[in-house]
Design a protein around this ligand. Structure first.
Ligand code: UGA
Length: 404
């Protein structure tokens, strides 16, 4: 597998062995016999302006046009701005005027690291089609999931395209809301996790995506929020909430370095900071837009030496940061460290042997940007502990004092 995704290697191997999955390098053969073709190429941010780069999608449309035989549904699975399906249809019609083709939009809502499960048990399947035959074909494709009770929502193509951006932008906004709330909790002496729980138990709000942290990253939210902002500008309907979300999240990633510096007493020059977790979230090796990158650069700019460990992300990270000493475990990274910063909540960081960590460190400071630990527990082991939105310094100090 070119990417790390739990269970994917086994799934591909077993389906290849069963004859249900094969890979080709010749386009003609598979396109001419296919009833449905999914375009699933990347749509990264276009350099400089934040628009989605659609060149890969349009290249596919041009490449397949000449080989289409019989009625074929061409489905954009890639995340594409509203109106892209129209352009795909136009490109195919120009290149191959006689092709009997319907273009559909079928956005994906899978999360990296949980993609297989999300696919098998989706909250919903959204299909944008303008053609009855295509609708029938798509119903047939998803019949197994439909039988599993997955709601299937048929819309127009443009609506489906926008639904994808609306969902991602709303989730990004939800995270950003709780992140801002966390900052307020810290100075107001409240606990953001209890606030999130108190909010989330309201069914209208829901408890998911209310975990405060170092800011969202990854290959989706940052690029999709930017692209939606651009779409809003193009249509002269500015997406102001999304614009603000993007700005707050960018600032937040940089602010996390300042939080670490403050935890180290306002100075990190010459100090060694250990980073636990580099990827933008656990169970992936994806480093795209990972908060760890901004944090590392921010600390290095202030003269800190960085050591880091991540169960899967170090190879990708090595090409994106410089002067980082990669370790073989959390304990390895702790050796001689003046502070440890937990950036990604990998399972193996959830139950670290705190006494062992403390013995390895030069100064026992733990900055937990994912609120994995209980403030009083860490403080009672002799750590200075800082977390997100829990006014943890005061809390920990209070508990430690009470215990003495
Ligand atoms: C996201 C969406 O969740 C998927 O539904 C969508 O299909 C996908 O983008 C996509 O467009 O392809 P993904 O980027 O894999 O999935 O990861 P998420 O689990 O959504 O996490 C994104 C970022 O938000 C991570 O950095 C994560 O740490 C952060 N996050 C998430 C929080 O800080 N707090 C939360 O409560 C949830």
């Amino acid at each position: 597998m070119p990417i790390y995704e739990p269970g994917l290697g086994e799934l591909v191997a077993s389906n290849v062995a069963a004859g249900r999955l094969s890979f080709e390098t010749e386009l003609e053969q598979i396109v001419s016999t296919a009833e449905v073709i999914f375009i699933a190429v990347g749509t990264p941010s276009r350099r400089g302006d934040g628009h989605a780069d659609l060149s890969y999608v349009y290249d596919v449309a041009r490449e397949i046009a000449g080989s289409l035989r019989g009625f074929t549904v061409v489905v954009t699975k890639s995340t594409v701005p509203v109106g892209t399906g129209d352009e795909v249809a136009r490109i195919i019609a120009m290149a191959s005027p006689l092709a009997d083709v319907a273009v559909a939009s079928n956005p994906e809502f899978l999360r990296e690291g949980a993609a297989i499960d999300d696919f098998k048990r989706p909250d919903r399947i959204v299909v944008g089609v303008e053609d009855d035959r295509a609708r029938e074909v798509m119903t047939e494709v998803y019949r197994p999931l439909y039988l599993n009770q997955a709601p299937m929502l048929f819309t127009t193509r443009r609506t489906a395209e926008l639904t994808k951006y609306a969902a991602n932008a709303f989730l990004a906004l939800k995270i950003t809301f709780i992140n801002e709330m966390a900052d307020l909790c810290e100075v107001a002496g409240a606990d953001v996790q209890a606030v999130a729980r108190g909010m989330g138990l309201d069914n209208r709000i829901g408890g998911k995506f209310l975990h405060a942290g170092p800011g969202y990253g990854g290959s989706c939210f940052p690029k999709d929020t930017l692209a939606l902002v651009k779409t809003g500008q193009d249509f002269d309907r500015p997406m102001r909430l999304v614009e603000t979300t993007v700005a707050i999240n960018d600032q937040r990633k940089r602010a996390m370095a300042r939080k670490v510096i403050a935890a180290c007493g306002g100075e990190v020059r010459g100090k060694t900071i250990g980073i636990l977790g580099l990827t933008f979230k656990p169970n992936t090796d994806d480093m795209r837009e990972a908060p760890a990158l901004d944090i590392i650069r921010g600390l290095q700019d202030r003269g800190a030496k960085i050591s880091a460990f991540d169960p899967q992300g170090m190879k990708a990270a090595a090409g994106m940061v410089s002067d980082v000493q990669f370790g073989s475990s959390a304990y390895d990274v702790a050796v001689g460290a003046d502070a440890l910063v937990l950036v990604t909540e990998w399972n193996e960081f959830r139950s670290l042997d705190l006494d062992r960590l403390k013995n390895e460190m030069r100064v026992p400071v733990l900055v937990d940007l994912r609120n994995v630990y209980e403030p009083h527990e860490v403080a009672s082991r002799g750590f200075s502990y800082f977390s997100i939105g829990r006014s943890s310094e005061t809390e920990a100090a209070r508990t430690a004092a009470a215990e003495e």
